[in-house]
Design a protein around this ligand. Structure first.
Ligand code: CUK
Ligand code: CUA
Length: 628
């Protein structure tokens, strides 16, 4: 050991014991100090027993050679950027971005009629805050068809079609203001579940404005195909995150503020809050039996603790006590346990899922409560009996043994195997395929909220730092292998082995037949449809549009339809019209439309924005707008 590692000098800092070695490992001491000062104020207890990453082992190779492919697709939520990012694992290279709640000119999203209408119908908002991407499942495994993600800012859930890596539906979930947790029913995606986090009056139409006792938060079940909200359940407290068991029965939500408060001190008054375990078949029965109130077209079932549906032996929602204000809940790969990270408590509460059905005392379903470190937020799994929990305050990932934690006394630190420093303040932590029944357990990503000193400074707004950690080395030895700056602000990610996806390389025009015309070079044309409206239809190919020019009249509403008639992959054509805020991005065999008003007479050079051939610059058309 080096002298630094031998040094057992400790510093008392903001109530935490910290060895000098921790400062050395954390990089700039000022960074570590600032982190602790910012985070540890009102949370005491626990010690910081860091172990270092192994010094003698060789770094696992996460580099992917030029021309080689990554083994996994990673789908990152983009937080307040509103988008999903596709990142290859283990290289951490960003492969693509999929705009969801935002508009994005690079892909023409929010610029063509189809996506603009979808965004308008979903509330006509320009951004969203997406946190939890989840993948569709068949038989407990990813089937590569869809991804869903929540919008915490606006109570919406969107669906991304993984054939085209495009958002194809957004639903504005009735009666909710913030959808936070988002999960799919497993083993088959019968529902997409969304947790309404903020408590509001029901309906929120001006009644009960300052009567918080009447506010509710709603758990919503959405049909994955139609994206309609099938039913909702109102509960006490604020719902936070949700995960599902592996048998299609339980959806388990973390929750806080069972006090029903509206200020921080009111929300954290009591020492306990209650996880809500939703018995999905029992709720379906209640809906079937008409035991609901319809609000804004959705059956709302009463799942509050005092509801008659919660009395007796088979309550529709089970209330399980946890230390107050926990954060996430994740279900382990074999479906035995749900893990509720304590946040304010240095523990993880392990819930025995089978016991939800068999025991009437809610305390009995708590199978263990290991003490893992300060600020536990999220847990992930390697499929080898280990859990990995992010420690926001300690800035660490902690690996611990699940069965040992079940055997141990509550509050024991014995199940802890190893801790790995991360930089800094992790939120979610995800291992590859951890949400399936059979995780691969080789790589883990820690999504760290603060990067502080890890990158070249780029002004006062810093990127996040997503760190890749190798975990495939048996009992011990997590090893940090890469830093990856991330644009604000990923919350969670999900990984699928590349074999589980089958993205299209060109569009299949039968997917939009009947909605949009496939315009060939021969039938490119201008059609006047009214005194002030005109349809313009044109093909595009290297290096020309079907129409070399077209004429419209001042004030015309123009509907421009453009097909990319190329049959080969990766030859994209764009359509830009100066001064008209029009941009289309058209993949091979796809057709896009844009409707706009030609309100100023003159000549407008339409051009292609994708560098598609040596004559790309010459790929143009003219819009001639005649004075009226
Ligand atoms: S939440 Cu962000 S770090 Cu929305 Cu999953 Cu925990
Ligand atoms: Cu088509 Cu450039």
């Amino acid at each position: 050991p080096t002298p630094a590692e031998d040094d057992s000098t400790t510093l008392e800092l903001a109530g935490l014991e910290l060895s000098r070695r921790d400062f050395v490992k954390a990089g700039a001491a000022t960074g570590a100090m600032a982190g602790l000062a910012g985070c540890s104020g009102n949370i005491g207890g626990g010690s910081n027993n860091t172990t270092s990453s192994p010094s003698g082992s060789s770094t696992p190779d996460h580099k992917v050679a030029p021309g080689e492919h990554d083994e996994y697709y990673g789908f990152w939520s983009g937080g307040q950027s509103g988008e999903i990012r596709v990142i290859g694992i283990p290289s951490m290279r960003e492969l693509m971005r999929v705009p969801v709640f935002n508009t994005e000119a690079g892909r023409g999203y929010g610029y063509d009629d189809q996506t603009t209408e979808m965004l308008e119908e979903a509330g006509d908002l320009t951004w969203g805050d997406n946190h939890h991407p989840v993948l569709s499942e068949t038989d407990g495994d990813y089937d590569g068809e869809y991804l869903w993600v929540n919008d915490k800012a606006n109570g919406r859930i969107a669906r991304v079609n993984l054939k085209y890596f495009e958002t194809d539906a957004i639903t504005n979930v009735p009666n909710t203001q913030a959808i936070h947790g988002c999960s799919v029913q497993s083993p088959d995606t019968g529902y997409v579940f969304g947790n309404g986090e903020f408590r509001t009056p029901l309906p929120n139409d001006g009644r009960d404005l300052d009567n918080p006792d009447e506010y509710v938060s709603l758990f919503s079940a959405i049909d994955p195909e139609t994206m309609e909200t099938e039913w909702q359940v109102k509960v006490d407290g604020n719902l936070d995150i949700v995960d599902t068991d592996k048998d299609g029965r339980w959806a388990i939500s973390s929750a806080y503020n069972d006090e029903g408060g509206v200020t921080v001190s009111e929300m954290t008054r009591d020492d306990r809050d209650f996880v809500k375990a939703f018995d999905v078949p029992a709720i379906e029965e209640a809906v079937e039996a008409g035991e609901y109130e319809e609000v804004n077209g959705v059956p709302v079932v009463d799942g509050t603790q005092d509801s008659s549906l919660n009395q007796g032996d088979s309550p529709i929602v089970r209330y399980i006590p946890t230390p107050k204000s926990p954060h996430c809940v994740e279900v382990g790969p074999n479906g035995d346990y749900a893990f509720v990270a304590g946040k304010l408590s240095p523990t993880v509460t392990i819930i025995d899922i089978d016991a939800l059905d068999s025991s009437s005392d809610p305390e009995d379903v708590v199978a263990g409560r290991p003490k893992v470190g300060l600020g536990p937020l999220h847990t992930t799994f390697d499929g080898n009996g280990h859990a990995y929990t992010s420690l926001f305050i300690d800035s660490q990932a902690v690996k611990w043994d699940i069965e040992a934690a079940v055997e141990a006394e509550q509050g024991s630190t014995d199940p802890v195997i190893e801790k790995q420093d991360v930089h800094y303040n992790p939120g979610h932590i995800q291992a590859v395929e951890a949400m399936t029944t059979d995780p691969d357990g080789e790589w883990l990503v820690s999504l760290n909220k603060l990067s502080k000193d890890r990158f070249l400074p780029v002004g006062p707004i810093h990127p996040d730092n997503d760190q890749l950690i190798h975990i495939g080395q048996g009992e011990k030895e997590m090893e940090l292998v890469a830093d990856h700056p991330a644009y604000p602000e990923p919350h969670d990610c999900v990984f699928a082995h590349r074999d589980k996806l089958d993205p299209a390389t060109t569009w299949d025009k039968s997917d939009y037949e009947g909605e949009k015309e496939f315009v060939t070079q021969e039938n490119s044309r201008v059609e006047r449809t009214g005194e002030r409206s005109v349809d313009v239809k044109t093909s595009s190919m290297r290096s020309e549009y079907g129409l070399k020019d077209f004429t419209v009249k001042e004030g015309d509403e123009v509907t421009l339809t453009v097909t990319n008639i190329e049959g080969v992959r990766d030859v994209i054509h764009g359509v830009a019209i100066p001064d008209h805020d029009v941009h289309l991005s058209i993949a091979p065999q796809d057709t896009r439309e844009a409707t706009f008003t030609a309100d100023e007479p003159g000549v407008y050079w339409i051009y292609c924005t994708y560098f598609c051939s040596a004559l790309h610059l010459e790929m143009r058309s003219r819009m001639l707008v005649e004075p009226r």
